[in-house]
Ligand binder design. Structure first.
Ligand code: GMT
Length: 378
């Protein structure tokens, strides 16, 4: 692409795959010389605000006595219009359709003719759950249709989008990518900080929403815990909702929970395999983070996970809800360091070849280019 672009990037700031991916994409675009204006209600937790090409633009939710809860969407629409007009933005890239694509669409109404095109990246629950809700469905249909391009993070999510909405324009699948940060602590230091010796250490990182089915994960982990294996859970900001299940399965001595960990790489590098038990994942960035660190995975074969994990090669996929099979797969990896090493090496290789930052960032640049340079003569 010729001239540097000015990109307005909209994302959720909280712990979650869509914000992580959007933030990393923003960093990569900024490294390539593009100017990235990140619009969110607070700085996304992994954002490098000191990058010279990154500008964080706060969109403050409004509290007003007549509103039963703060309004986030309309102030954001106003902020997007302001940022676009003041900075001559070339493209708006909305990650997670609700409320971002809706806010972008309102912003374009405010800007009037000549406003920048909108790229929407669907991340999963923005359509799989919110898209099923009558409160959002017609709006989503409208703003997705009004997007200049819609991308999805997996083929599975694309199929879900096409089954939920009537969209004229093609949807492009652009998978997620992950590149680890510099490791700043040794494996043995991290393990001793956690109170873990040579025993197998599984790792799970998520915001513990109910869709993650932590109940099934903990139930499945019981057998491995009896052999001494440990499970590290990197939770978002509140892990209290899983305390009951930890106690129910007598896992107090086997499960280590850390909240508000933003530099996850040291922990992935100190672990032995990843563990996910979600009932749906459009992709599962956490599994990819582990793969990039050479970790095999155990998970249910749901959503887009089978596009990320090769069953028996880079991890084990088991049918959703089968606690027995998940339990056996966990035991298999926990008790077999050689198998973990071999599968982990394949996982790392797959992460680096299929989900590299360079390939995926180029795919997004191609999307921008297709929209910004309409084919002459057609
Ligand atoms: O799953 C979460 O808890 C967060 C959520 C989000 O939107 O932030 O993650 C979704 O987007 C990620 C990045 O594309 C995907 O890797 C996750 O699989 C997806 N989560 C679901 O579909 C449940």
């Amino acid at each position: 692409m010729g001239k540097p672009l000015k990109i307005a990037l909209l994302c959720h700031p909280s712990v979650g795959g869509s914000g992580i991916l959007a933030t990393e994409l923003g960093h990569r675009m900024a490294n390539l010389g593009h100017e990235v204006f990140v619009i969110s209600e607070r700085a996304p937790f992994r954002l490098n605000e000191s990058h010279p090409n990154v500008c964080f633009c706060e969109s403050k939710p409004v509290e007003f006595p007549l509103f039963s809860s703060p309004d986030h969407t309309l102030p954001m629409a106003t902020k997007i219009a302001e940022v676009c007009s003041e900075n001559d933005i070339d493209i708006i890239h909305a990650h997670y359709a609700i409320p971002h694509t809706a806010a972008a669409w309102i912003a374009k109404e405010l800007i009037g003719p000549g406003g920048p095109p909108i790229v929407t990246t669907l991340h999963g629950t923005d359509i799989v759950y919110l898209g099923e809700m009558p409160e959002y469905r017609p709006l989503l249909q409208h703003v997705l249709e009004a997007s200049d391009r819609v991308t999805c993070v997996s083929r599975n999510l694309k199929e879900r989008a096409l089954s939920l909405f009537d969209l004229e324009n093609p949807i492009k699948v652009v998978p997620n990518f992950y590149e680890p940060k510099q490791i700043t602590a040794t494996r043995s230091n991290i393990r001793s900080e956690l109170g873990v010796g040579d025993e197998a250490l599984a790792i799970h990182a998520s915001n513990l929403r109910s869709i993650k089915r932590i109940d099934l994960m903990l139930e499945s982990f019981q057998a491995a815990a009896k052999t001494g294996a440990k499970l590290l859970i990197l939770a978002g900001s509140d892990s209290s909702r899983i305390e009951g299940d930890v106690a129910k399965w007598n896992l107090e001595g086997s499960v280590i929970i850390l909240e508000n960990v933003y530099d996850v790489d040291n922990y992935f590098a100190a672990a032995d395999f990843t563990l996910y038990s979600s009932e749906y994942e459009s992709f599962c960035l956490g599994i990819l983070e582990g793969m990039r660190h050479g970790l095999p995975s155990v998970s249910f074969a749901v959503g887009g996970i089978p596009e990320v994990v090769l069953d028996g090669e880079t991890g084990f996929l088991v049918p959703f809800g089968s606690v027995d099979e998940m339990s056996s797969a966990i035991l298999c990896l926990a008790n077999n360091p050689t198998l973990r090493g071999n599968m982990g090496a394949s996982a790392r290789q797959r992460a680096m070849t299929q989900f590299s930052a360079q390939t995926i960032v180029n795919s997004y640049l191609n999307v921008y280019e297709e929209i910004l340079s309409p084919i002459v003569g057609c």
